[in-house]
Design a protein around this ligand. Structure first.
Ligand code: UGA
Length: 371
């Protein structure tokens, strides 16, 4: 059944061409009649939608002066504005901090102001990094005995970040400021809002594969996948002890769709979107990925693929500090949206890595190109 056939919405999406945006477009354009106006300088992940009559792409950055006028019109005519535009790659937080602060805070400010002016519902993509490190890590509880000291609850857990010399926190701090700005406008001016705090969405099209279609250091999925594809060792930062919970992009998109279908329930809330059952250390993730790749390729030698340890300073440079653990309380999303993720990490990895294998493994490796 197509949703929104009788009352299609006008949806504005900033950053519609990225990983999350491309999956959101896939879902919305195939199952609803909503009209979508999007902004993104990149279109390679959303090419198949460019001719869709329900989708208009402005292929520009949010901070492009030309964007301002079009955006005002779109917000005025829109029912909901979804902001996905961000620099959300940890390798940039300490190496490119000014751009990180600008893109995640100052470029977002005019979008928030427009939503306030037109009283439009803003779905603001934030980050689980707003929580900073766990309280457990500050009191030296490395075994995580007390869930009150590590579980992340949207409306209760304090948001604690490291010192300014640890520039890792530029991103989290900028995102937290936007959350506070949005919330303040909600209280003072009645701005309808929803804040989404993603916890490691994994799926096809995430980031880029180094030396293939991008340079630098992407997030961990693409780093490990790139290593397997390029024949480099997988690298565990600081021993790979950090823990993350991983959720399928398809289920994450389902959560967003439930918000769009239930504005009255989503309005006025921040939501953790993550899968509590899929928690792994990065060392465990590397091992699972090499075993999954052995299955995908039918080559058992991948089961013992080389994994090496590197220091965070060597890998990310000075000023990196890691989030130790992110265990989300998701009872709000369950109760208000009826959302509960079910896809096991093994299946997320199999699906995602099969995509990357099919996309890249047949193509020439960088060394072959150079020869
Ligand atoms: C990033 C963003 O900062 C978050 O805002 C976002 O919510 C999150 O990704 C996400 O994907 O949802 P983070 O999980 O720290 O946060 O990003 P990754 O770069 O994927 O790193 C995860 C862990 O893997 C870190 O402990 C990192 O040090 C480690 N890592 C990364 C490795 O051990 N090896 C690598 O090759 C790359």
């Amino acid at each position: 059944m197509r949703i929104g056939t009788e009352n299609p919405m006008n949806i504005v999406i900033l950053g519609c061409g990225g990983f999350i945006g491309s999956h959101l477009l896939d879902r919305l354009l195939s199952t609803t009649d909503h009209k979508i106006v999007g902004w993104d300088p990149e279109s390679s992940k959303i090419r198949k939608h460019l001719e869709n009559p329900n989708f208009t792409l402005h292929q520009r950055y949010v901070d492009d002066p030309e964007t301002q006028q079009d955006l005002r019109e779109a917000v005025a005519e829109g029912d909901v504005v979804i902001n996905l535009a961000a620099i959300c790659n940890p390798s940039e937080y300490n190496t490119n901090p000014i751009s990180v602060i600008k893109s995640n805070l100052f470029d977002v400010y005019p979008i928030v102001e427009l939503c306030v002016e037109y009283k439009r519902w803003l779905i603001s993509f934030s980050t689980s990094e707003c929580y900073g490190r766990t309280l457990s890590s500050y009191v030296g509880d490395t075994t995580y005995e007390n869930p009150d000291l590590y579980e992340l609850k949207e409306d209760e857990t304090p948001l604690i970040m490291g010192p300014i010399v640890n520039q890792r926190w530029t991103y989290a701090c900028a995102k937290q400021m936007v959350e506070r700005l949005v919330y303040a406008h909600h209280k003072e001016d009645g701005l309808p809002f929803t804040v989404v705090r993603p916890l490691n969405f994994f799926g096809p099209r995430m980031d880029y594969i180094p030396q293939r279609d991008g340079d630098g250091v992407p997030r961990v999925l693409a780093c490990f996948m790139g290593a397997l594809l390029n024949g480099d060792p997988m690298k565990l930062v600081d021993g790979g002890k950090a823990r993350r919970t991983i959720v399928s992009i398809y289920e994450a998109v389902d959560a967003i769709c439930r918000m769009l279908d239930n504005p009255e329930k989503a309005n006025g809330h921040a939501f953790n979107i993550g899968n509590r059952n899929n928690e792994v250390t990065m060392a465990e993730l590397a091992d699972m990925m090499r075993k999954t790749y052995a299955k995908i390729t039918g080559d058992p030698s991948y089961e013992d693929y080389p994994i090496i340890e590197v220091s965070s300073e060597e890998f990310y440079g000075e000023g990196y500090e890691d989030c130790d653990r992110r265990m989300p309380d998701i009872s709000k999303a369950k109760e208000l949206l009826g959302w509960e993720p079910k896809i096991a990490l093994e299946d997320v990895l199999l699906d995602t890595m099969t995509y990357f294998h099919n996309e890249y493994a047949g193509a020439m490796k960088p060394a072959q190109v150079a020869e």
